[in-house]
Design a protein around this ligand. Structure first.
Ligand code: CA
Ligand code: CA
Ligand code: CA
Ligand code: CA
Ligand code: CA
Ligand code: CA
Length: 702
């Protein structure tokens, strides 16, 4: 696509977020100034039957049970709120309050199973948000169910209902360029903030310094994208999750770099085939429709008699639009029938508009985090891969060993307390063989890590942590394949990356190490008096970047994730053939790229292969004993009561099948968390989250 010099500069500044190996990077392309979409002129059909001087925002409630009883909510600033039916007849009115923003969400559940459809209204004079349940009550269509008192004067408001866990999130935008988010719950007949201070005042979970005057916001619940209109700059897209620190992207900007002039309104149009539009109302440019998936501008519609669009709301039969230049402003409806006659839309007509109430829930099993480790020493993308050492004589004193790929290896106890930080190298992945024989016939636990600083395999002994001894002890690599500077095994790969260990049935220890090129080395290790020697006994290959891997010692099977493609199965036997078999493909639903960490949970009853599906923040579970049949997916979610945040954008994972005594009698699951916050949602360095296997098993069986 074409860019002017100026737009290239903008792109560079938009790309300022960090680009790391394990985090998907999204490149920004600002729309070129000369759009290929031609503006078209259409005519509205129905109009509202009352007029008010001021136009604020609008939101539409689709009544799925009886569509003719759907409702259009129109905010009138100082004149309150008006409610219309789909024909434009005014049904109700709220007076005596200043109302600017409005948004609707469906099926908000209370703990007692009761559910309401919710209208949120921004009440800037009171620095508050008002909540109303929508329905047909005695002579009215709204019932007040709570107020959120904030320190902000909100111009716009948008709701988000998480399709995985049903959590409700509110974002408000101000004229001073700030967006602020609150987690909400529906409790005892009232919508309230999940987090409050001692005086009961709500605590915001995120504040975004967006820029200048903000005029509107809307959330795509399916893609979890928060769109914010900075009136005189452009439309920003953020991850809606308050933990998300990925850099924002720009959908389109103001002319001459982009296609917009003065952005006033945003809404979303979902279609049942999965497509849809981000619908933008612009005072100068009319109505703009962008594809939800790639943000390409698809249509630019001017409406007869509408000089300046100030507000719009997507309905199931058309789009309601208000004109701020009219002497007697009313809302007019552009029907989809008319819109489908536009040249730009005709080939892909709008049909089967999906009510946001029917956005499919993902069916992911939800598992509350029960513990987390201390944050790692480095900021940015640093925590990567966990492993586990079983203390056989005292299981509750077992250890989590994990990597900080920017600086070293950590040992944590099962409470997540850091017992040791061995600050050296850039260990990416780590894995442990529980029991290896030394030259005296005694056994020790051997850890191996892929060290990206020297392109080596670093080796360690893992032992019980006591007052007088550290749990992680360096072991020297010896022999002809030891690196010249450090006593580690020198890989021949261009750039070492993933790593996993294997112990054959005769007790021989092996390491598999892979590189970004797709090459995989199999090393046989030999324990000697002076240290550990190693040599490459076999080479394997996948076509593109692998990382996560695990070996099932019981069947001598190596599983390797090719990040964008799927999971391969190879024999781990050094004398076996080198051809692999693709057993699980990245399908964009159960397994969403990157396929990251891989681990096995086998307690004798269930035998699962678990893959970190980084792209949708879940862990996909497959039954090894039934040809890798998909069992289900789970997510590690926030426990606000205990101040533990959920895990997302996970790299490495490790499942522990062994009992660790009373702590986790059926084992547990460890996952790297890409975004770690404290109990008050302040950002902290990354860490590792813990889920109890009992909870995971129960959730998968539901
Ligand atoms: Ca990776
Ligand atoms: Ca990462
Ligand atoms: Ca709206
Ligand atoms: Ca590992
Ligand atoms: Ca988190
Ligand atoms: Ca945390």
């Amino acid at each position: 696509m074409r860019h002017s010099l100026l737009s290239s500069i903008i792109i560079a500044s938009l790309l300022s977020g960090c680009d790391s190996d394990d985090t998907k990077t999204v490149y920004v392309e600002v729309q070129s100034a000369t759009s290929e979409v031609e503006a078209e002129q259409l005519t509205t059909s129905a109009t509202t039957d009352t007029s008010y001087e001021d136009i604020g925002d609008a939101a539409y409630w689709i009544n799925s049970a009886s569509r003719e009883n759907s409702l259009l909510f129109v905010t009138l600033e100082a004149e309150g709120l008006a409610v219309y039916n789909p024909l434009g007849k005014q049904l109700d009115r709220l007076e005596g309050l200043e109302v600017t923003g409005a948004d609707v969400r469906y099926g908000i559940n209370a703990d007692n199973g009761e559910a309401v459809d919710l209208l949120a209204l921004a009440l800037p004079d009171d620095n508050s948000i008002g909540f109303y349940s929508i329905g047909y009550y005695d002579g009215a269509v709204l019932e007040e169910i709570g107020t959120l008192n904030t320190e902000y004067s909100m111009e716009g408001v948008c709701l988000h209902k998480n399709t995985t866990n049903g959590e409700l999130l509110l974002t408000g935008v101000t004229e001073d360029g700030v967006a602020v988010q609150y987690k909400l719950k529906y409790d005892a007949g009232e919508i309230k903030s999940v987090l409050t201070d001692n005086s009961g005042a709500p605590i915001a979970v995120r504040e975004l310094e967006v820029g200048g005057e903000l005029s509107a916001c809307i959330v795509d619940d399916e893609t979890t994208t928060l769109y914010i209109a900075e009136q005189d700059v452009g439309i920003w897209a953020y991850g809606v999750n308050p933990e998300d620190i990925n850099s924002r992207r720009m959908v389109d900007s103001i002319e001459p770099l982009g296609n917009l002039q003065e952005i006033e309104a945003l809404d979303l149009l979902y279609m049942s085939d999965g497509n849809g539009y981000l619908v933008v109302g612009d005072e100068g440019k009319g109505m703009m429709l962008y594809s939800r998936d790639d943000w390409q501008l698809r249509a630019n519609i001017y409406l007869d008699g509408v000089d300046e669009i100030k507000s719009l709301a997507v309905a199931d039969d058309g789009i309601w639009v208000a004109n701020s230049e009219a002497d007697e402003p009313v809302y007019g409806k552009l029907s989809y029938q008319t819109l489908n006659e536009a040249n730009s839309i005709r080939d892909t007509p709008i049909s089967q508009v999906l009510s946001p109430a029917n956005l499919s829930s993902t069916g992911v099993a939800l598992v509350k985090v029960v513990g987390e480790t201390a944050p790692v020493d480095d900021d940015g993308d640093a925590a990567d891969d966990p492993a586990f050492w079983l203390n056989e004589s005292s299981p509750e004193n077992s250890l989590i060993i994990a990597t900080n790929k920017q600086g070293g290896l950590m040992a944590y106890d099962l409470n997540g307390t850091e017992l040791q930080y061995l600050n050296e190298g850039e260990p990416n992945n780590v894995d442990i063989i529980q029991s290896v024989s030394d030259t005296d016939g005694d056994s020790f636990a051997l850890a191996a890590a892929s060290n990206r600083e020297f392109n080596t395999i670093a080796l360690y002994k893992i032992q019980e942590a006591t007052e007088s001894q550290n749990p992680i002890v360096k072991l020297d690599a010896v022999g002809e394949n030891a690196h010249e500077e450090v006593a580690q095994l020198a890989s021949e790969l261009n750039e070492v990356y993933g790593l996993c260990t294997y112990q054959s049935s005769d007790g021989t220890p092996y390491v598999f190490i892979n590189g970004k090129s797709g090459d995989i080395e199999q090393w046989r290790l030999t324990v000697q008096e002076s240290g550990i020697a190693g040599n490459i006994v076999r080479r394997l290959k996948v076509d593109s970047q692998p990382e996560g891997c695990v070996v099932d010692d019981s069947t001598a099977t190596l599983y390797v994730g090719e990040e964008d493609v799927g999971v391969w199965k190879f024999s781990a036997d050094e004398s076996a053939a080198t051809d692999g078999e693709m057993i699980i493909e990245v399908d964009g639903e159960q397994l969403v790229a990157d396929a990251e960490g891989i681990t096995i949970y086998n307690n004798g009853t269930v035998n699962y292969l678990i893959v970190s599906s980084q792209g949708n923040h879940t862990y996909a579970v497959y039954n090894i004993d039934e040809s890798y049949q998909y069992v289900g997916s789970f997510a590690l979610v926030t426990d606000d009561v205990n101040g533990l945040d959920g895990a997302s954008e996970t790299d490495g994972i490790h499942a522990v099948s062994a009992s660790t005594g009373d702590v986790f009698p059926n084992g547990f699951f460890i996952a790297q968390d890409g975004f770690n916050v404290d109990a008050g949602y302040e950002y902290e360095n990354q860490n590792f989250k813990i889920g109890d296997w009992n909870d995971i098993q129960l959730a998968l069986e539901k």
